[in-house]
Design a binder for this molecule. Structure first.
Ligand code: GLC
Ligand code: CA
Length: 530
């Protein structure tokens, strides 16, 4: 593995293992399938893959309820397959990043089975237990992120246990040193196998208020999502003590050569809070920016999130950008609302901002969310809130490899775990052949990024631009502009030569009097030859 540079300058590709490639015809993607598609990922030009959980799980929440942190879910393969994947990926200069879930385990994990067996059990204090209030109600007012109280009464021992997510996902007690030690061992187990790093689930939330104080109610100044949740989550997530744990993990990651990376799911909605998770270059190397993901697709809004992030992220820190993942509607359906021009502008920003891009599988061909029937749903959130669009299955459907029965994902006639979307409308095989496709556009962007130090490491400076346009410079000689409006515009701050445009081949076009952009066109320009 190369030095630190790989994760700062490289591109991470997120694979939802159930949906990437099925190698044995059971309709479920698996690790051998990922190995079979490594040549594609190398062709695309990515530097690492991040796989959603592949560990043993009863799948109450699609692998995010772990029953064994050091063994592989049989439907995906086994430890031998992971070793092969790591080795085959490494041959192609691709690192392998796994997902770790330290906030909670499955209720079927042996730790929890023991914990709930009696108040005196060895693992009792590995979870968060509290007595009912005198009237029998839960110990405090905390709410689960998935709805309803965050507490479930355990009849046998007469106490409530905490779960910030499903009742099948009991929260671990991070005040207990034995829990901390157990996770150190889990990290080592995988780091020793050659895993390049971890995406850390709920990285901002694992430590809870020791006194289990009630969360305050929203005030009129709180944003809508706080009101929708019904309370300000100040005591059950984002506690200051979480930073001690992150520092401990970073120190552990740093004992490896090269240092392993920690990419946190820091699900906070303001940039200032996100910035805290970098510490003094002694916590996470990369903290996901959900303010960006949830911003409206408007020039002023995006520019302001990026500007604030550039100010807040410590100098030795490094931003990370993403436009889709397994928990939010895909960028093609969200920001782009089905418009290929908008999609390309979004992808152009993802790959040219200062920081590490994380590209969600299928976004490179513009896969939209897949419309599903109630009977097809797998996600507990989708089932619970149907027909409200809170479920996450639409963005998790199988990759479109080709316009064939099974879509190249599974064998013809097999029933895939979630239905395939419209594979005829867009798929890898067709787009590879078409030089003007979004897939080839993304591949071109990745190659350009690789060739230009400005795009990999250059500083970000916003450039003056007309309303509806977001323009910025990277390093000394590279500038980018996105026209996120319905009007043609001219960006006078940009001169030089067009390197890539989202709309048509303008390669080499000279810009002497300002960059002209059609509605919803974006471009990268070089100012080297002016
Ligand atoms: C994270 C995961 C999400 C999961 C939740 C609970 O937010 O990304 O998919 O449901 O944690 O583990
Ligand atoms: Ca399979």
């Amino acid at each position: 593995m190369p030095s630190e540079k790989w994760w700062r300058e490289g591109i991470i590709y997120q694979i939802y293992p159930r949906s990437f490639q099925d190698s044995n015809g059971d309709g479920i993607g698996d690790l051998r399938g990922v190995i079979d598609r490594l040549d594609y990922l190398q062709w695309l030009g990515v530097d690492a893959i991040w796989l959603n959980p592949i560990t043993v799980s009863p799948d109450a929440d699609a692998g995010y309820d772990v029953a064994d942190y050091c063994a592989v879910q049989p439907v995906f393969g086994d430890l031998g397959t992971v070793d092969r994947l790591i080795a085959e990926a490494a041959k192609r200069d691709i690192g392998t990043v796994l997902d770790i879930v330290p906030n909670h385990s499955s209720d079927r994990h042996p730790w929890f089975i023991d914990a709930r067996s009696s108040r005196a059990s060895a693992h009792r204090d590995w979870y968060v237990w509290a007595d009912p209030k005198p009237d029998g109600s839960p110990p405090n007012n905390w709410l689960s992120a998935f709805g309803g109280p965050a507490w479930t009464l355990d009849a046998l021992t007469g106490q409530y246990y905490l779960h910030n997510f499903l009742p099948e996902q009991p929260d671990l007690n991070w005040w207990n040193p034995a829990v901390r030690d157990a996770f150190d061992d889990i990290y080592r187990f995988w780091f020793d196998r050659g895993v390049a790093g971890f995406r850390i689930d709920v990285a901002h939330g694992i430590v809870k208020d020791k006194e289990l104080r009630d969360n305050p109610l929203p005030t009129k100044d709180d944003p809508p999502w706080v009101h929708a949740h019904g309370q300000r989550s100040v005591y059950n997530v984002e506690r200051p003590e979480v930073h001690d744990v992150l520092r401990r993990w970073r120190a552990l990651a740093n004992t490896y050569d090269p240092p392993r990376i920690l990419l946190g799911e820091t699900y906070v909605r303001d940039v200032r809070s996100m910035g805290l998770f970098y510490g003094k270059d002694d916590e996470l190397q990369l903290a996901f920016n959900f303010t960006y993901v949830h911003a409206p697709f408007e020039a002023a809004a995006l520019a302001s999130v990026v500007d604030e992030s550039e100010t807040i992220i410590p100098l030795d820190g490094w931003p990370v950008w993403t436009v889709s993942n397994h928990d939010v509607s895909r960028v093609m359906s969200r920001w782009a609302v089905g418009d290929e021009r908008k999609l390309r502008c979004a992808l152009l920003s993802l790959l040219t901002l200062r920081g590490t891009p994380v590209l969600y599988y299928g976004d490179e061909i513009g896969m939209p969310d897949t419309r599903l029937r109630k009977a097809d749903l797998q996600d507990p959130l989708g089932k619970r809130y149907w027909p409200a669009p809170r479920g996450r299955d639409p963005e998790r459907t199988p990759m479109h490899w080709s316009d064939t029965p099974g879509g190249g994902f599974t064998k013809a006639g097999a029933r895939s775990w979630l239905p395939l979307g419209d594979v005829a409308a867009r798929n890898v095989a067709d787009q590879r052949r078409d030089p003007s496709s979004t897939l080839n556009f993304v591949r071109g962007l990745i190659a350009t990024r690789r060739q230009r130090p400005d795009l990999r490491t250059g500083a970000y400076h916003q450039l003056p631009a007309p309303a509806g346009v977001w323009a910025w410079q990277r390093g000394r000689e590279t500038s980018i502009a996105l026209n996120l409006s319905d009007e043609p515009v001219s960006v006078v701050a940009i001169r030089g030569t067009v390197l890539i445009s989202t709309m048509r081949s303008r390669d080499g076009e000279r810009i002497d009097r300002g960059l002209e952009l059609a509605p919803w066109e974006g471009a990268i320009c070089s100012s080297a030859s002016t």
